[in-house]
Ligand binder design. Structure first.
Ligand code: ADP
Ligand code: MG
Length: 433
C-alpha cells in the first residue's frame, strides 16, 4: 500500500536566545513523517521540546534550520488544514457552546447555514448534544475540553495537533474522552486524516498511537521510534501492552547513557559546582529508597512497576531516581532502578544512621555541598551569606537556576546536618545544623 505523507520534517533545529546571551538549543536533528491514517505520539519529559515542535508544525514559529513540509509545501505561517487542541481552552465566556464552536469556522468565510450545520454536527459527534445553548461556566472541565475538540474538528482539518489534551482532566474524564476520540477515529467518523499527539504519559501514548517517537532532553531530540502493532481497542492489562510500556521505559532511561559525556558531566557532579540541582525533598528520596528496598523488589525494581506502586507519573519519578543516582544510592539501568549497597543500608537504617550516611554521600558526590562546607569550616565565625554562593553559581547558570540549586542543597544540607541556613539573616552557618 502506498502511504500518503501529510507532513514531513527534516533535520529541524530550533534554538532560543538565552537571557545572558548565547543560544539554548531546544530541538536538534528532528526527523518525522506523518502518514495518512496515522496517530503518532511525541513522548518525552517536560522540557524536551515537544510543544516547540508542534508550534513549528502549526506555523506559529520557524526552525533555525531544516524543513517543515505540509502536503509537499513548506510551512510558512499557519497552514489551512492543520488544527490544534490544547491542554485547556480559552472559551469565550459570553458565547454559548454552539457559538464557541462556530468561531472556529468564521475565518473560513463559509455561508451562514453551512457554518451552523457543521458546528451542530461537530457538537453532536463529540458528545455535546443538548448542550448547544449552554455557556462555558455551566460545563464541567471534561465538557469544556469537548468544546475545544469540536472547535478543532469543525474546520475539517487534515491534521490535528494535540498538546497534552487530556492532562488537565481528572483520570476518569480523561479516559472517557480519550476512548470516545479513539472510537470515532476507528469508525472513520472524524473529518481528519492524521493526528500528532504530545504526551508525557507512556500509557496514554501506547493506548492511542500507531507509532511513538521517544524524545530526550538537552537538546530535545528523538531517541527512538517505537511502533505499536496492537489492535484497537487496547487494554492496559494485556501482556503485549505491558511489554511495549516496558520497552519505552527502557528507551527513556537509556537516554543518559546515550548522552555525550560532556553534557553528562554537567548533570552528575564531582567535576565542579556548576551543576543545576533538582529540588527533591529528602522525604521523596527516602520514600523511593524504601519502596525499592522492600519486598518483593529487594533492591531492584522495574521503573514502570515502582511508578505504578507509588502512583507516580514519569515526570515525577525520574528526577527522584536521578537524584538517587547522583548520590550513588542507586543506579538506573535499562528501565530498572537498582539500589547500591549504601542505598540498601539507608533504607534499613534508623533516622540518625540515615542522616550520617546521607551526609557522607552529599559531601562526596555533590561538589557544591562540599564547597559550602569547606568555606564555612575555614571562616573563623563559620558563617557565610547566601550571596557568597549565589554570585558564584550565577557564573555557571541563570539566577533562577542558581536560586533553585541553592534551595536544593540547603534542604539536603539540613537533612544530613552538614550545614544550616537561617532564612531570616540569609546566612549559612554550622550552628547545630
Ligand atoms: P515540552 O513541551 O517538551 O515540555 P517545550 O517545547 O515547552 O518542551 O520547551 C523546550 C525548551 O525550550 C524548554 O527548555 C523551554 O524552557 C524552552 N523554550 C520554549 N519556548 C521558549 C521561548 N519562547 N523562549 C525561550 N525558551 C523557550
Ligand atoms: Mg509542552
Amino acid at each position: 500500500m502506498d502511504q500518503v505523507s501529510l507532513l514531513d520534517i527534516h533535520e529541524v533545529r530550533k534554538s532560543f536566545p538565552k537571557p545572558d546571551g548565547g543560544e539554548l538549543l531546544v530541538l536538534d536533528g528532528i526527523e518525522l513523517t506523518l502518514h495518512e491514517g496515522e496517530i503518532v505520539g511525541l513522548l518525552g519529559r517536560s522540557g524536551s521540546g515537544k510543544s516547540t515542535l508542534l508550534r513549528l508544525i502549526a506555523g506559529l514559529s520557524s526552525p533555525a534550520s531544516g524543513s517543515v513540509t505540509y502536503l509537499g509545501q513548506p510551512v510558512a505561517g499557519p497552514p489551512e488544514g492543520i488544527a490544534m487542541v490544547f491542554q485547556s481552552f480559552a472559551l469565550f465566556p459570553w458565547l454559548t457552546v454552539l457559538e464557541n464552536v462556530e468561531i472556529g469556522l468564521e475565518a473560513l468565510g463559509l455561508p451562514r447555514d453551512e457554518i451552523h450545520r457543521r458546528a451542530l454536527s461537530a457538537i453532536d459527534m463529540i458528545g455535546l448534544d443538548g448542550f448547544e445553548s449552554a455557556y462555558p461556566r455551566e460545563l464541567s472541565g471534561g465538557m469544556r475540553q469537548r468544546v475545544g475538540f469540536a472547535r478543532a474538528l469543525v474546520v475539517h482539518p487534515n491534521i490535528i495537533l494535540m498538546d497534552e489534551p487530556f492532562s488537565a482532566l481528572d483520570i476518569l474524564t480523561a479516559e472517557t474522552l480519550r476512548t470516545d476520540f479513539l472510537d470515532l477515529w476507528a469508525e472513520g467518523q472524524l473529518p481528519i486524516k492524521g493526528v500528532l499527539i504530545v504526551t508525557h504519559n507512556i500509557e496514554e501514548a501506547v493506548l492511542m498511537c500507531d507509532r511513538i517517537l521517544v524524545f530526550g532532553s538537552n537538546p530535545g531530540r528523538i531517541l527512538t521510534e517505537i511502533a505499536v502493532d496492537l489492535p484497537q481497542p487496547r487494554s492496559r492489562l494485556d501482556p503485549a501492552f505491558r511489554e511495549v510500556v516496558e520497552r519505552i521505559y527502557v528507551a527513556m532511561t537509556a537516554s543518559d547513557a546515550a548522552r555525550p559525556p560532556e553534557t553528562r558531566a554537567e548533570r552528575f557532579p564531582g567535576t565542579g559546582i556548576g551543576t543545576v540541582l533538582p529540588r527533591i525533598s529528602s522525604n521523596l528520596l527516602s520514600g523511593l529508597l524504601e519502596a525499592v528496598a522492600a519486598p518483593p523488589y529487594d533492591g531492584e525494581a522495574d521503573l514502570p512497576v515502582i511508578a505504578a506502586a507509588l502512583y507516580m507519573e514519569i515526570d515525577d519519578l525520574f528526577p527522584v531516581a536521578e537524584t538517587l543516582q547522583m548520590l550513588r544510592f542507586a543506579e538506573l539501568v535499562g528501565g530498572d532502578i537498582r539500589l547500591s549497597v549504601e542505598g540498601k543500608q539507608f533504607a534499613h537504617a534508623d533516622l540518625d544512621a540515615r542522616k550520617q550516611l546521607f551526609a557522607r554521600h552529599l559531601l562526596s558526590y555533590v561538589a557544591l555541598a562540599a564547597h559550602i562546607r569547606r568555606v564555612l569550616d575555614e571562616r573563623p565565625d563559620h558563617r557565610a551569606p547566601w550571596s557568597r554562593f549565589s554570585d558564584e553559581l550565577e557564573d555557571h547558570m541563570s539566577p533562577d537556576a542558581a536560586e533553585r540549586t541553592l534551595r536544593a542543597v540547603i534542604s539536603w544540607g539540613r537533612f544530613g546536618e552538614v550545614f544550616a541556613y537561617d532564612d531570616q539573616t540569609q546566612m549559612f552557618n554550622l550552628e547545630n545544623p
